[in-house]
Design a protein around this ligand. Structure first.
Ligand SMILES: [Zn+2]
Length: 260
């Protein structure tokens, strides 16, 4: 028990200059504190905005997520900002955009981010017949898998999904659970679908994060104001004593399927 506590304490008390070695070119980087394994068998639905529970995060720990990309006008700036701070995030892709911009989708994987799924064309699935909703989910996964890994499959390598507009239904939630796909909600968002300046967005999201203390943060990497405020946002998190956690799947399924 004491040994376990010592290991846990060591993980928390990583010296602040450790990132200097881990993040070349930026001795003041925010960095990524740790990864957190997320498995549908124990955490099928996460995020207090929509669901009862969320990730088991500690004080001032944040998971950064970006929806609706990849988009050439803004996603590269988001990736640049994350790379500069050695921050790993999660991206939820639109399948048809991944099909159109596969190199950009692959850059997200190559730079170590978690890449999940967000349907084929961002349809609000609670407004569709269930067969059409399922087709939106499956087509999106297939387009993402093909863009990211060159394999045509409806079995997601990273079994993470987010409903467009959080428009879930009980039947679709049950179906995703039976497929062991984690449904990501959010604990706090920047409301970046509303027009505002980068500075307004920065102040808004920092105030909201201070209120929730820890959780899953939702942005859109398709929004210019988000891409523009991100460098200042990451610096502000560092100054405010926040820590970044990367949500990762329990086991990369692509490795399993290749072994067969
Ligand atoms: Zn979306």
């Amino acid at each position: 028990m004491i040994r376990l506590l010592t290991i846990a304490a060591a993980a928390v008390l990583l010296p602040s200059n450790a990132w200097a070695e881990l993040c070349p070119g930026n001795p003041h980087a925010l960095g990524t504190e740790r990864t957190l394994t997320v498995d549908a068998r124990t955490m099928p639905r996460i995020g207090h905005k929509e669901f009862a529970g969320s990730l088991p995060l500690r004080d001032k720990e944040l998971v950064l997520t970006f929806d609706d990309g990849p988009w050439p006008g803004t996603t590269p700036k988001v990736l640049d900002a994350l790379k500069h701070e050695c921050v790993k995030a999660a991206f939820f892709l639109i399948g048809r955009s991944a099909a159109e911009y596969p190199a950009l989708a692959r850059r997200e994987v190559a730079e170590g981010h978690t890449v999940g799924h967000h349907t084929h064309s961002h349809a609000l699935l609670n407004r569709l017949p269930i067969a059409a909703a399922e087709a939106q989910i499956d087509r999106g996964i297939e387009e993402d898998e093909l863009a990211l890994y060159g394999r045509r499959s409806r079995e997601p390598s990273t079994p993470f999904f987010r409903f467009p507009g959080f428009a879930s239904t009980p039947a679709l939630l049950d179906q995703l659970r039976s497929r062991n796909i984690v449904v990501f909600g959010a604990d706090v968002w920047a409301s970046d679908w509303n027009p505002m300046t980068p500075d307004q967005e920065l102040q808004l999201i920092l105030a909201r994060i201070e209120r929730v203390n820890h959780g899953i943060v939702l942005f859109h990497d398709t929004k210019a104001q988000t891409a523009r405020m991100l460098p200042a946002f990451l610096r502000a998190l560092k100054k405010g004593g926040y820590h970044i956690v990367q949500a990762v799947p329990s086991a990369p399924r692509i490795a399993v399927s290749q072994k067969r």
